[in-house]
Ligand binder design. Sequence first.
Ligand code: GLU
Length: 383
Amino acid sequence: MNSGLSSAARLADAGRVVIKIGSSLLIDKESGQLNTGWLESLAGEIQALHARGQQVLLVSSGAIALGRAYLEMGPQQRKLREHQAAAAAGQVLLAHAYRELLGAHGIKVAQVLLTLEDTEDRRRYLNARNTLETLLGLGVVPVINENDTVATEEIRYGDNDRLGARVAEMVSADCLVLLSDVAGLYDKDPNASSDARLIAEVRDITPDIEAMAGSARTAYGSGGMATKVAAARICMSAGCATVVADGHHDKPLARIADGAPCTWFLPSSTPLAARKQWIAGTLEPHGELHIDAGAERALQEGSSLLPVGVVEVSGSFARGDAVEVVLNGKAIARGLTQYNSTEATTLVGAHSADIEARLGYQRRKEIIHRDDLVLLEQNDNNE
Ligand code: GLU
């Protein structure tokens, strides 16, 4: 992303935006109830993004805090299972509130609860991604939170900053907006030093930047600046920009666009390029799809790989694994497969219309979607 751009341009340029809302913005400290007025103003902003053709995903905290107030839990009730019970109750209230507030603007919502494992395990990751893509395609705003009732202490995010970043990575978002109660990253603790300076732009998360983030925590919620920087790091390597801003104002997005102080973490590449880099460079291929010359031409023209072009399958792989695409014994591409090796073998040569009859169930028509496919450079023409 271009460093010369204004905040307004960066927000406007983002086709897909993940907005993370911290508990301290959602919940009124005194009453423990939802800040409905603030949420209403945000709902108006989401409608404005939709009207410009931008897609929005919300990552909302607040289930535990709301549930605690609703179940009248006292300060001594802070065991994990009590938090989990609170989350179960609070999530209903949260989902209801989003449904009402966005519904008033004609926007449909869907609740998606994720755990750490859902974003780590390749198959579950792919399922979650396909669901989110489908929802976005339908014009729905997914409202996402950690599935706190099943996440255990060892395997949970615990903070929605990093969950938001994983979601942004999962859907190849262009921008993650972390709305919280701090204006951004300061070079020193602004509560302790009056000359603390806000860093407007970060292009590289150096040990210095990490030291600045420290481990400050907010009153509600689990994230501090350290988890925001960790989230920004995830996003940067996914080609997604992150902006950290104080959300304690009506129309928080317009405020960022109007030039309010905030910190932008800027990636050096686009989401698609970063994703392709990850597929080509990081993942170990688990098998091979041998294709014919017709399929190869289609891939060179930017199409997805369809079963009809596959002539043979080798190796044992699961859905979501990386595989190599081979023509005449030479690897020409790599990609993430939508089918496991057994299914792929069953589908060899199948026309799209025959997929359901061969498998006995309906699935996507591509074996590798073009967004999940990287053509490998062929430097050995003389061999
Ligand atoms: N998942 C938690 C909740 O909904 C919030 C985690 C966080 O504060 O970031 O209450």
